[in-house]
Design a protein around this ligand. Structure first.
Ligand SMILES: Cc1cc2nc3c(=O)[nH]c(=O)nc-3n(C[C@H](O)[C@H](O)[C@H](O)COP(=O)(O)O)c2cc1C
Length: 657
């Protein structure tokens, strides 16, 4: 076996665990009116079946005050049957199910304030400026009793333990931090006071549930808030908590409800698995406590190394197991190539914060019943299919259709498949996206898809293709802003952002002036491109008519992008737009405020580019339909869309034919 330590059994808090893989707690929005939906049961069961020896649930409402239609009901016996159902679904695969104990306190990342917030002190949350009700000692004791009773209920339902989320800037973290806890009573002040709430909670859970029953902890590592918890303070907190003797395992997490929120889900900026060295250091607070490594560990080799080099005893995977629940089983059985890897886009996080339920750019089947090792069902009638376009929507449709028995040929104008996602993977922060089309290509090959690359398909060729069905995946083009003369674009004088990137491929020349990027896109690729273009231009200025940039990105990606753009001194001008390019030949561009029309002059302008709403490149549709072909449109050529929508649509069309 390639990963002997990863798949070695262990014992946590007296409970046998079959391997070292833990599914980190993930809010799913699969709970409705406090009830577990089938999708939640499927989701957890698939992570257990797919190879996680430990599965941590999303937070369970164990106090009456914490109840919510979107949280499992752990505060009274009415929720017991659901909890039993979940425990049975995971434990039947020899996985240990742990319920998460969490209250957000004053923390909030949606817009607005949290009117029900409780906290250590009446001080504003760093993100939402929610000021919580400061808990009295009597109320703290009451809540601890409720949590302990909730944990007892979980035990009765068949859970093997609980995990207390005391990181991520939530309530217990707020008590631990000298920044948010300014109490002068016994629950604040020195280390003993700030850790008291958590220590008493653990003691109460232990008294209620006894042993063996796993009590795990997520503790803050570096939280990125000045005056709060740095690595040294995290070590001191860990030592104080370890002294209770009640900790069965711990993990350390980064960031807080602040500008540092993005640190808790690393990936788009910076290296993979970035926190291992610090976790190794924190583990020394009490080496006998099993330590979990967490933070964008995506590859089984990285996981094995973290277990053998003294970093950790367990590896916690959050996003990687959303993308592929069978990550563990595939690694165990030598099928690493078949793992669908997390690309750290954080779409999952955006979908649970802003959307209706957990979704994934690289897994269109999150929470389906047969998610582990799902194989597309065979089509009743198999056909010859031509896929025109080799972006991620076309590739997804191609492999799914081929797996169903259709004979599929992909025609791509570029030399390599991947479409605009391949271009995105060339800019900072987009690198991991290559895993999407790499997986799709492997799946295509496995199912016999033929590729004709470097072959632009025109109307005559399209109608002559030997196919019963044509899937058009021909993408989109950026619309030309009204202030740009069409001939400037045609002559390449003012290229759109994608064309500019392509034209600069392999070039190392540096322009002395500034590049102006007109931004009506507001997604990741535009800002990755801005960072990349800093290598070519002395200065990059982003101009947008909206009130801020990056407004269509998840909050944490936006924070990360702002951090990088400001670090590299990219200029950001909001509420502004040009009305013409007069003066550009002399290096000048005039911008106008979109509200009052006030103008400002930019000088030293070497080039202008634009990232604008895209228009579908669906010109082949008419001729194909006139020729009597069955035609499907996927991806941008259907309507310009996100990676999430593109892979999903490719999958749905592949299933529909
Ligand atoms: C969609 C989503 C929801 C999450 N919900 C929770 C949660 O409810 N409780 C928690 O402690 N952590 C939560 N996390 C954080 C993860 O447990 C984990 O700490 C983080 O994703 C880093 O691990 P990863 O890099 O393996 O994804 C969530 C993460 C994501 C992506």
């Amino acid at each position: 076996m390639s990963y002997p330590t990863l798949f070695s059994p262990t014992t946590i808090g007296g409970v046998p665990v079959r391997n070292r893989i833990a599914h980190a707690s993930i809010v799913s929005r699969f709970v409705r009116e406090g009830r577990a939906t089938d999708r939640l049961v499927n989701y957890l069961a698939s992570r257990a079946r797919g190879g996680a020896g430990l599965v941590i649930t999303e937070p369970v409402a164990m106090t009456f005050a914490n109840r919510s239609p979107q949280r499992l009901r752990g505060w009274d016996d009415a929720g017991l049957d659901d909890l039993k159902r979940l425990a049975a679904a995971a434990e039947r695969w020899d996985s240990r199910l742990l319920g998460q104990v969490q209250d957000p306190g004053r923390g909030r990342h949606a817009t607005g304030r949290n009117d029900n917030a409780i906290g250590a002190s009446a001080l504003p949350d760093d993100l939402s400026w929610t000021v919580p009700h400061a808990l009295t000692p009597a109320r703290i004791r009451q809540l601890i009793d409720e949590w302990a009773a909730g944990c007892r209920r979980l035990k009765a339902a068949g859970f093997s333990g609980v995990e207390i989320s005391a990181g991520h800037g939530h309530l217990f973290h707020q008590f631990l931090s000298p920044w948010s806890n300014r109490r002068t009573d016994g629950y604040g002040g020195d280390l003993g006071g700030r850790t008291r709430f958590l220590r008493e909670l653990m003691a109460a859970i232990r008294a209620a549930c006894g042993r063996p029953f796993i009590v795990g902890l997520k503790l803050p590592g570096f939280d990125g808030v000045p005056g709060s918890i740095d690595l040294a303070e995290a070590g001191r907190i860990a030592r104080a908590i370890a002294a209770t003797g009640d900790v069965d395992y711990w993990t350390f997490v980064w960031g807080a409800h602040a500008r540092s929120l993005w640190l808790h889900m690393p990936g788009p900026a910076g290296p993979r698995a970035p926190y291992l060295a610090q976790i190794r250091e924190l583990r020394q607070a009490e080496p006998s406590i099993p330590t979990g490594a967490i933070g964008y560990i995506t590859d089984p080799n990285e996981a094995e190394r973290a277990l053998t080099d003294g970093t950790a005893d367990l590896v916690f995977l959050g996003r990687p197991l959303i993308t592929d629940p069978a990550w563990g089983e595939k690694a165990r059985t030598g099928r690493e190539g078949a793992i669908r890897y997390c690309v750290s886009c954080n779409t999952c996080w955006r979908t649970v914060i802003e959307g209706t339920r957990l979704e994934c750019d690289n897994n269109p089947r999150v929470g389906e019943p047969d998610e582990v090792d799902w194989q597309p069902p065979r089509a009743a009638v198999t056909k010859d299919l031509a896929v025109i376009g080799s972006g991620i929507a076309g590739l997804e449709a191609a492999w799914v259709a081929a797996a169903r028995g259709h004979r599929v040929t992909v025609y791509g104008a570029a030399d390599e498949p991947g479409g605009k996602t391949r271009l995105h993977a060339e800019v900072p922060g987009g690198e991991h996206l290559s895993s999407i089309y790499d997986y799709q290509q492997l799946a295509c090959r496995e199912h016999g898809v033929q590729f004709r690359m470097g072959v632009p398909v025109d109307a005559a060729m399209a109608v002559a293709l030997p196919a019963d069905v044509v899937i058009l995946a021909t993408g989109s083009s950026m619309s030309v802003p009204v202030f740009v003369p069409a001939e400037y674009v045609a002559e390449g004088f003012v290229p759109d952002l994608r064309s500019l990137l392509v034209s600069l491929r392999g070039r190392t020349t540096q322009e002395s002036g500034r590049l102006v990027l007109f931004d009506q896109d507001h997604t990741e690729m535009t800002y990755g491109a801005a960072l990349k273009l800093l290598d070519r231009f002395a200065k990059v200025t982003i101009v947008t008519p909206r009130e801020r940039i990056a407004s269509d990105m998840a909050l944490l990606n936006r924070q990360s992008i702002y951090q990088q753009l400001f670090d590299r001194r990219v200029e950001i001008l909001t509420n502004a737009e040009p009305r013409s390019l007069d003066g550009l030949e002399d290096g000048r561009l005039t911008l106008f405020n979109v509200y009052n029309g006030d103008s400002m002059e930019l000088d030293d302008v070497a080039a202008v580019t634009f990232a604008t709403p895209r228009v579908p490149d669906d010109q082949l549709r008419g001729v194909l339909e006139a020729a009597g072909r069955e035609v499907y449109l996927v991806g941008d050529c259907y309507a310009p869309r996100s990676v999430l929508a593109a892979t999903r649509q490719g999958y749905e069309v592949g299933m529909a034919i």
